[in-house]
Design a protein around this ligand. Structure first.
Ligand SMILES: Cc1cc2nc3c(=O)[nH]c(=O)nc-3n(C[C@H](O)[C@H](O)[C@H](O)COP(=O)(O)OP(=O)(O)OC[C@H]3O[C@@H](n4cnc5c(N)ncnc54)[C@H](O)[C@@H]3O)c2cc1C
Length: 486
């Protein structure tokens, strides 16, 4: 990497600022309905009724933001990473669920229509249609969020859950917005009513973007499967060639969502790109069998077939980061983006020292050994293989990628280096813990989790939870201030 091109802590400062701005924008957007309702100047009702309305309005706005976050919009995800965005998506759904569930139970006013009560200060006026949409939205919300939280325990395919989640969320938004416009004391009046119409239009646009515009764009840039090869137990390389276009312009370490067969079908899968940008229009992936799609690659992506990519995504990249040296720590198929980085470093003629620690269970899972030797001939690369179940006569390191194994492999001045970590979540947690203990600042560690639902108690997760607690507290404070305003 050309050191002149990089700024030492510029990227981490930018990331922190971007995260703070995104959180501030989130608080402002989700507080907006309550603030608009406040500005309408209606006489206050008993505080439980006002709190109930405020929580429902906040919850509906949170749902609209959830919709936007799930649309894979690069502007929202690239500054902080898609895993952080998806973790926030999971976390903020929980208070929204509670707000919506308690909403109908908190009202104290009677359900009656009294013509003289034109500001609805003494009654709740519900039409039959608003009753039905409100109840349906309540039930859907009660199903959707727990089904997502306990997804792994539900005996359905991941794709079935994802389709049900997407359709359920779209139906929930439509039902809840109808209910708000028809039954809401505040939402039924301007300017809040206009804001809900705008939110509905933006959600509809997001749907058109995800279901029509993006597949259409993908369909115009097909890729041909040129090679599918099993290179280790349950591990494959998939090579593609861009057909009639130069291929997507990605940075080493990024990932792509892959759709097999048709760009219009539902269901795609994220895979890290294992090749370097210089290898375009050829693009390579390293895939481990994990379930339905990855377990039947010869059927779903046979050589000669077409696939479609939504790419590039991810921030597991070298650009804008600096360090005295680079340590790459990979577990299993987490080697895929690390291989991309190594290939890129070799292509750039990297001058700084590079250490690779590659952990696997058994020796047969060590892949690309020859290429690693070729790369070591070009750059200052030291490679350590770690095996959980080493064969007899193994001369490498034995054990798990945990703090004890890692400590002797760290550079002499670990805090000045840059670290890229990818692999199973427990491995990433252990490595982050080890680096933490070695005094490495969090900003020097770039980790990629192949599963979003980390929930692990590392420093990053604690930061996510703190950010989430701050925005949830801000939402609640605004709702309470509104309820107690008189
Ligand atoms: C950013 C990123 C990069 C990845 N890179 C690679 C890679 O380079 N090589 C590789 O082998 N795997 C990678 N994965 C994991 C890969 O996407 C899943 O293993 C794959 O989608 C599983 O699909 P399946 O149909 O075979 O299994 P399924 O039967 O669909 O699922 C198997 C398990 O994987 C989980 N899962 C499936 N899809 C996803 C998803 N989109 N997000 C989170 N969890 C999911 C399911 O909950 C289930 O527990 C990556 C994941 C992410 C998020």
């Amino acid at each position: 990497m050309n050191r002149q091109e990089t700024r030492p802590s510029g990227r981490s400062a930018r990331q922190t600022l971007a995260a703070a701005l995104l959180l501030a924008a989130y608080v402002a957007i989700t507080a907006l309905p309550v603030l608009l309702a406040w500005g309408q100047g209606f006489p206050a009702r008993p505080w439980p009724d006002e709190l109930s309305s405020a929580l429902a309005m906040t919850s509906l706005m949170v749902l609209a933001v959830e919709f936007a976050l799930s649309g894979r919009f690069r502007g929202a995800s690239s500054p902080v990473g898609i895993d952080a965005v998806m973790r926030m998506h999971q976390l903020i759904a929980r208070p929204a669920l509670v707000y919506l569930l308690v909403h109908p139970m908190m009202y104290t006013l009677p359900l009656a229509v009294q013509p003289w009560d034109d500001t609805r200060a003494a009654t709740l006026a519900l039409t039959p249609a608003a009753t039905v949409t409100g109840m349906a939205a309540w039930v859907l919300m009660a199903l959707l969020v727990p089904a997502a939280i306990f997804r792994d325990r539900i005996p359905y395919r991941y794709e079935t859950w994802r389709l049900a989640h997407a359709l359920g969320a779209a139906a929930l938004m439509a039902l809840a917005i109808h209910h708000a416009l028809d039954a809401g004391r505040y939402s039924g009046a301007a300017p809040l009513g206009w804001m809900w119409w705008l939110a509905a239009a933006l959600c509809a646009l997001a749907l058109v973007h995800v279901w029509v515009l993006r597949p259409w764009a993908m369909s115009r840039k097909p890729y041909l499967v040129t090679r599918l090869e099993r290179i280790a137990p349950r591990t494959w390389t998939l090579a593609l060639r861009a057909e009639g276009h130069p291929g997507c312009a990605f940075r080493a370490g990024q990932f792509a969502w892959i759709k097999a067969g048709s760009a219009w079908r539902f269901g795609d899968h994220p895979f890290s790109i294992a090749s370097a940008p210089a290898q375009r229009p050829e693009i390579e992936f390293l895939i481990k069998e994990a379930g339905d799609f990855t377990g039947s690659l010869p059927d779903s992506v046979p050589p000669g077939s077409r696939v479609f990519l939504d790419a590039p995504y991810g921030h597991f990249t070298l650009e804008g980061r600096d360090g005295e040296g680079i340590m790459l720590i990979a577990g299993g198929v987490g080697f895929a983006p690390v291989l991309s980085l190594l290939r890129e470093l070799a292509a750039r003629g990297e001058r700084r020292p590079v250490i690779l620690v590659f952990g696997n269970r058994i020796a047969e899972q060590i892949v690309f050994e020859r290429e690693l030797r070729d790369i070591a001939a070009k750059i200052d690369l030291r490679t350590h293989f770690v095996l959980g179940e080493p064969p007899a006569g193994w001369t490498g390191i034995s054990g798990q990628l945990d703090p004890d194994t890692l400590r002797p492999l760290l550079p002499a001045r670990p805090e000045g280096w840059l670290y890229f970590v990818c692999g199973p979540t427990p491995m990433i947690d252990a490595v982050e813990h080890a680096l933490d203990r070695a005094g490495v600042p969090l900003a020097q560690i770039v980790a990629e989790r192949f599963r979003y639902d980390s929930g692990s108690p590392g420093r990053r997760e604690r930061r996510m939870l703190a950010a989430f607690a701050a925005v949830a507290a801000a939402n609640l404070a605004v709702a309470l201030a509104f309820a107690l305003r008189s």
